[in-house]
Design a binder for this molecule. Structure first.
Ligand code: AHM
Ligand code: MG
Length: 342
C-alpha cells in the first residue's frame, strides 16, 4: 500500500475576510436590514477597483491632466477623477445611498432613484493626488451617516452634522499592500489587507489600538514661518525635549499614509491653520472627520487645538479645518500649548 504523506501548507483555510466580517456584524444586530452591508460591499468593490487602477497607472498611461488626450485621441481623465467615477458607480449600485459628497464634486450628488435611502456618504476617492506621479502611497477616505429624516428631501443640510453621528468610517491605503481600515460606531477599528490571489480583504490587524504615546511628529514644517506661537512651541518641545530624546519627523504628505502610521506607531499628525491658510488645508467632511472618528475609536484623540474635532458641525460641505490627530499624550501636550499661548 502506498505510504500517505502529510503535507503541511502554512495556509489559513478559514480567514476572517472583510465580506465575512461585514456579514457577521449584520447578524449581530437583529434589527439590521442589510443596507449598511450593501453600502460597505460597494465601498469594498470600489477600493479593490481603485487599487487595481492605481497599480496599473504607470504602465497604462492613466496619468495626465483632465482634458488631455490619449493616443487614440480620446479624452483622458486623471486618476483621481477615475477613482471618483468608480466610487459613485459602485455606490449607485448599492441603491442605499440617498446622496454623496465627494472632494471631486462641487455640490452634493443626489442619487437618482435612491433619494429615499437612509444613508449618506462623504468621501475623498483618492487623497494625496499630488503624490500620484511619484509613486508614493495614496488612499481613499469615507464616512457614512444615517439621514436624520429619510422621508424629507435629501439636501446639503443632511451632511452638516456633528462627527459623533458618523455610523461608520474608513480609509483604504494603496501602498506596498492595499489595506482597508474600517471603524464602526460602538465597535472597533479593524484593518484588512487585500489578498489579490483570492480577491478579498483579510483581517490582519484586528481591534487596532493607537499607542498611548509615540515618538513621531508629522507636519509640513515648510510652513513653519506662518505658524502661530502654540504650534511653534509644541514642535520645538518635541525637537528639543528636556530628556534629550527628540522625536522623529515623518511626513509623507499623504494624509492616509501619515494617519495610518500614526495609528500603528503613535505620535501626532498635524495640519495646522496658519497665517497663509487661516482654516488649514484639510476638509472636514471627507478627510478630517472620518480620520478623527477612526482615531478616537482606536483610543486616540483628535482636536483643532481648542475643540474636539468630532464636535465640529461643518457650515458647508467643503469646509476646511486645522487638525491634530494622534496619541492621547501628544494631543494633550498640544492642547496645553494652545491653552497657554493663545
Ligand atoms: P488633496 O486632497 O488635494 O490630495 O490634498 C490633501 C493632502 C493630504 O493627503 C495631505 O495630508 C496634505 O494634502 C498635504 O499637504 P501639503 O502638501 O500642503 O503638506
Ligand atoms: Mg483630499
Amino acid at each position: 500500500m502506498a505510504e500517505t504523506k502529510e503535507i503541511h501548507i502554512p495556509i489559513d483555510t478559514n480567514p476572517v475576510t472583510l465580506t465575512r466580517s461585514i456579514m457577521m456584524d449584520q447578524r449581530r444586530n437583529p434589527d439590521a436590514k442589510g443596507d449598511l452591508t450593501q453600502i460597505l460591499n460597494s465601498i469594498m468593490l470600489a477600493c479593490k477597483f481603485v487599487s487595481n487602477v492605481v497599480r496599473k497607472a504607470g504602465i497604462s498611461s492613466l496619468y495626465g491632466l483632465a482634458g488631455s488626450q490619449n493616443v487614440q485621441g480620446e479624452a483622458q481623465k486623471p486618476i483621481d477623477i477615475i477613482a471618483n467615477d468608480i466610487f459613485i458607480n459602485s455606490l449607485k449600485f448599492s441603491n442605499k445611498i440617498a446622496a454623496l459628497v465627494s472632494e471631486e464634486e462641487d455640490k452634493i450628488y443626489i442619487m437618482g432613484g435612491a433619494e429615499s435611502g437612509k444613508y449618506i456618504i462623504a468621501f475623498d476617492p483618492l487623497d494625496g493626488s499630488s503624490n500620484i506621479d511619484v509613486n508614493v502611497s495614496i488612499g481613499s477616505i469615507f464616512a457614512i451617516w444615517k439621514r436624520p429624516d429619510a422621508s424629507a428631501p435629501v439636501s446639503a443640510r443632511d451632511f452638516l452634522r456633528n462627527g459623533t453621528e458618523i455610523e461608520c468610517a474608513g480609509y483604504c491605503i494603496y501602498g506596498s499592500s492595499t489595506q482597508l481600515v474600517l471603524a464602526t460606531k460602538n465597535g472597533k477599528v479593524d484593518c484588512f489587507t487585500l489578498d489579490n490571489s483570492i480577491g478579498d480583504f483579510i483581517l490582519t490587524h484586528p481591534n487596532m489600538k493607537i499607542p498611548e504615546r509615540g515618538h513621531i511628529y508629522s507636519v509640513n514644517e515648510g510652513n513653519s514661518l506662518f505658524w502661530d506661537p502654540a504650534i511653534t512651541h509644541f514642535v520645538d518641545s518635541v525637537k528639543h525635549p528636556e530628556d534629550g530624546n527628540p522625536y522623529s519627523l515623518r511626513y509623507v504628505g499623504s494624509m492616509v499614509s501619515d494617519v495610518h502610521r500614526t495609528l500603528l506607531y503613535g505620535g501626532i499628525f498635524m495640519y495646522p491653520a496658519d497665517s497663509k491658510s487661516p482654516h488649514g488645508k484639510l476638509r472636514l467632511l471627507y478627510e478630517v472627520l472620518p480620520m478623527s472618528f477612526i482615531t478616537e475609536l482606536a483610543g486616540g484623540r483628535a482636536t483643532d487645538g481648542k475643540r474636539r474635532l468630532l464636535d465640529t458641525v461643518p457650515e458647508h460641505i467643503h469646509q476646511r479645518s486645522p487638525c491634530y490627530i494622534g496619541s492621547p499624550y501628544e494631543i494633550s501636550q498640544l492642547e496645553a500649548a494652545y491653552a497657554s499661548l493663545t
